[in-house]
Design a protein around this ligand. Structure first.
Ligand SMILES: Nc1ncnc2c1ncn2[C@@H]1O[C@H](COP(=O)(O)OP(=O)(O)O)[C@@H](O)[C@H]1O
Ligand SMILES: Nc1ccn([C@H]2C[C@H](O)[C@@H](COP(=O)(O)OP(=O)(O)O)O2)c(=O)n1
Length: 222
């Protein structure tokens, strides 16, 4: 199979990262976590003590952080100014601030350009599974396979709280609802399903079943 792009979009906790890595492994494709890129820029802005309530301040510095992505699905990772930041980008303060940073058009245009470059490179090596919020609509609308993963709020909150020590399902539910609202109402590239995407509700599916369903779609569409 040559030059395949699989676009995987959906809200937090729908299973994008786990399913995308599994699909990439099964098909021998590269894997790109675009959320990690928005998180890395957010971590950098926090380190620089930039006022994240001020979109103009974010825009003014958005060209500075140097990002590198490892697109191997077995060892995905992000490097910021030469330092691996896979741990810090998952800190709660980053999760709280990432929607505000990713709503800034200058941040998005820079990261979308970088994502397209990484996709171009991967296409020469067979292809890539790309996960995020706007992959099927903005980053790679030409992708032949587009999946929009969903799951009930309860399932997503349970999955997230199981990952994070000390967090309750109720608290995660509030946090997810807050982020869903911010990510779906921003003016630039809001979280939205592409018209030609297939919606896959993962609430009652285990990870293997989700991966199998995406592989079936790839066979059908690519
Ligand atoms: N189908 C599934 N059933 C149960 N748990 C899942 C399923 N898919 C993913 N998970 C778990 O839910 C959590 C969030 O999944 P993740 O892939 O990080 O979602 P996303 O990238 O959409 O935020 C992880 O701990 C993962 O292991
Ligand atoms: N393509 C993307 C990917 C993520 N984002 C933003 C919106 C999300 O709240 C944050 C973090 O994304 P990430 O996929 O890491 O979030 P979760 O793993 O689902 O918690 O980045 C985006 O705006 N566009």
């Amino acid at each position: 199979m040559s030059g395949l792009i699989v676009a995987m979009d959906g809200p937090s906790g729908s299973g994008k990262s786990s399913a995308s890595r599994g699909v990439a492994r099964a098909l021998g494709l590269r894997y790109l976590d675009t959320g990690a890129m928005y998180r890395a820029v957010t971590w950098w802005m926090l380190q620089m003590e930039i006022d994240l309530d001020d979109p103009a301040a974010i825009a003014a510095r958005s060209g500075e952080p140097a990002l590198e992505l490892n697109t191997d699905p077995d060892f995905p990772g992000v490097t910021l100014d030469g330092v691996r930041v896979d741990g810090p980008i998952r800190y709660p303060e980053v999760t709280r601030a990432v929607s505000a940073v990713s709503a800034v058009p200058e941040v998005r245009s820079r990261l979308v350009a970088l994502q397209r470059e990484l996709i171009e490179v991967a296409l020469k090596e067979g292809g890539i599974v790309v996960e995020g919020r706007d992959i099927g609509t903005v980053v790679a609308p030409q992708a032949p396979v587009k999946v929009y993963l969903t799951a009930s709020e309860e399932a997503r909150a349970m999955r997230r709280s199981a990952e994070l020590a000390g967090s309750t399902v109720a608290a995660q539910r509030v946090e997810l609802a807050r982020r869903d609202t911010l990510d779906s109402t921003r003016k630039t590239d809001p979280l939205a399903m592409a018209a030609d995407a297939v919606e896959l509700d993962t609430t009652a599916l285990n990870l293997d079943e989700v991966i199998a369903e995406v592989l079936r779609l790839v066979k059908e569409r690519a």
